[in-house]
Design a protein around this ligand. Structure first.
Ligand code: HEC
Length: 500
């Protein structure tokens, strides 16, 4: 294979990673066994995980139950196939800015209660940076696939963005150190040097290309110990490894002896994210076979000082695209669509509650019990929300239920409206309406219509459940997928007593 083909293959692989092609990399199948179908509306939640720990006291011991629920507060409309959320930023208002691979910037209410507001479109958003209250974003062709982005935009208080820097190189990563903004410009695969540009606090003009970082591509930067660390890889489409630089002002130096998880030639290991987690520096990487274009592995590395690095975990056939701290734990979002969370022994293990998606691109801790994940969903860019609820019961006195019972109005009605209403609703299909009419403006009537079709003793044998998943020759076929979040919600609701 000649160099041109190789670089094309690599570009395709990176495009797949970035979610811009429909290619289905074999590595994604690793998620199948543990995923559940995506929630279909912002109001649908599915209890997905619960762990119970009982204190070692013989009687009247309090029991703590941790339950994880996922929902989808934001889905891009119109959906752009294979788009993904590259960057998330929490605003002082509590809203979240999302930046997508196709460039859309949206202001999203993370509870899903208010509709998202568009703030424009800027080419692929590589990241946001807050310089003492002034917000910037950088653009880059996704994973440096050529093209001519490489811009920095600045946001005013009304949410209007204006161009601040238009760099000739096709990608920039931005980071703020206090009020100073840094833009690291680079290009994928052509042996071109990366550069550092600086906009100091209060200045209106950039000091462009104040430092040169030799033959590397850079994609994420972070501030650690009052120093900027910027990560990437060799600027090479055949083979290469991680590159990391540190510095501030006009002075940057390379961190030598970076670790490697490649095993032989024709492999490129590049950094996908660098973050401060638990007061240490963490770096995530992906390894591509540059001849086949496949993701063949990845790693998360850890360093207490930014200079001495050790692997926390390595993967084959999957890799982390983003890392974050959540509730004091390391969390990784994977190419496979999984999320891995640190367990009590400090090992990254698969989170059992992640809904189906095709790549987790960004993570944001909203609070100690709420984590946001920007993903490439089946219908494009989506924001998932993971909420942890801890309930303590027992220990004497009244024992309330471990988790609140599901109700028709809160949990089941949204499913009926979105999945069943087209046929069983007021303007539905005659045979469906004849067999099970749903009014949607009379909860008591609809509740009793449904309750007459449930089996409280054997919830999953209920006519309602069987027909919903396409068993028993349902005229509507499988309106909800067996094993999906909606399916689980229906069963849980019946288990909880099918309350209105
Ligand atoms: C595409 C149209 C369509 C959709 C969507 C649909 N159904 Fe149906 N459903 C029908 C038709 C037609 C019938 C009547 C024939 C039959 O019994 O299969 C029916 C019958 C039923 C029955 C039997 C009612 C009875 O007691 O006779 C149940 C229960 C049911 N559907 C549940 C659901 C649920 C729950 C959903 C949503 C998860 C749903 N259906 C979505 C078309 C649909």
């Amino acid at each position: 294979m000649n160099g041109i083909n190789r670089s094309l293959t690599l570009t395709l692989a990176l495009a797949t990673l970035a979610g811009l092609t429909g290619c289905n990399s074999g590595s994604r199948s690793t998620k199948a066994a543990t995923t559940t179908a995506p929630a279909t509306s912002s109001t649908t939640t599915a209890p997905t995980t619960s762990t119970t720990t009982t204190a070692p006291v013989a009687s009247q011991a309090p029991t703590t139950t941790t339950q994880i629920n996922w929902d989808t507060p934001y889905q891009a409309t119109p959906a752009v196939q294979n788009d993904s959320l590259f960057a998330l930023h929490l605003l002082a208002s509590g809203e979240v800015l999302t930046g997508s691979a196709t460039g859309a910037v949206q202001r999203v209410d993370p509870t899903g209660a208010a509709a998202a507001v568009s703030e424009g479109s800027f080419g692929a958003v590589s990241g946001f940076a807050d310089a003492n209250g002034t917000l910037y974003l950088g653009t880059s062709q996704p994973f440096f696939m050529g093209g001519n982005l490489g811009q920095v935009y600045v946001r005013d208080a009304q949410g209007n963005w204006t161009l601040s820097l238009d760099h000739p190189l096709p990608g920039v990563a931005v980071v703020a150190l206090g009020g100073d903004l840094y833009a690291f410009a680079s290009e994928f695969g052509n042996g071109v040097d990366a550069t550092v540009s600086l906009l100091t606090a209060g200045a209106t003009t950039w000091q462009q290309d104040v430092a040169t970082l030799t033959q590397c591509q850079l994609n994420k930067a972070v501030v650690f110990n009052n120093t900027v660390f910027v990560a990437g890889s060799d600027n090479n489409t055949v083979s290469g490894g991680l590159r990391l630089f540190h510095g501030s002002g006009q002075t940057f130096a390379e961190v030598p002896n970076m670790p490697s998880s490649t095993s032989g030639g024709n492999q490129l290991e590049f950094s996908t994210d660098i973050k401060v987690i638990k007061s240490e520096l963490f770096l995530a990487s992906t390894i591509i076979d540059t001849q086949t274009g496949n993701v063949i592995g990845g790693a998360v590395y850890q360093s207490a000082d930014g200079f001495t690095w050790a692997a926390v975990k390595t993967w084959t056939n999957d890799s982390p695209l983003t890392i974050a701290e959540h509730a004091g734990l390391l969390v990784a979002g994977m190419v496979s669509g999984n999320i891995e969370v640190e367990d009590p022994n400090g090992n990254l293990v698969q989170d059992t509650g992640i809904p189906a998606n095709t790549g987790v691109m960004s993570l944001l801790e909203l609070s100690s019990d709420t984590l946001l994940a920007g993903i490439r969903g089946n219908t494009g860019a989506e924001l998932y929300r993971r909420v942890t609820t801890t309930v303590t019961t027992g220990g004497g006195g009244n024992t309330p239920p471990a988790t609140p019972a599901l109700s028709y109005v809160t949990d089941v009605k949204p499913i009926m409206q979105s999945q069943c209403g087209a046929c069983h609703g007021p303007t539905g299909l005659a045979p469906a309406v004849a067999s099970m009419p749903l009014l949607f403006n009379d909860d008591a009537a609809d509740h009793s219509t449904l309750v007459s079709r449930v089996n409280l003793q054997t919830p999953d044998a209920s006519l309602l459940v069987e027909k919903a998943i396409g068993n028993m020759g349902h005229g509507g076929g499988a309106s909800i997928a067996s094993g999906s979040a909606d399916h689980q919600t229906l069963i849980q609701w019946i288990q909880d007593g099918a309350q209105q």
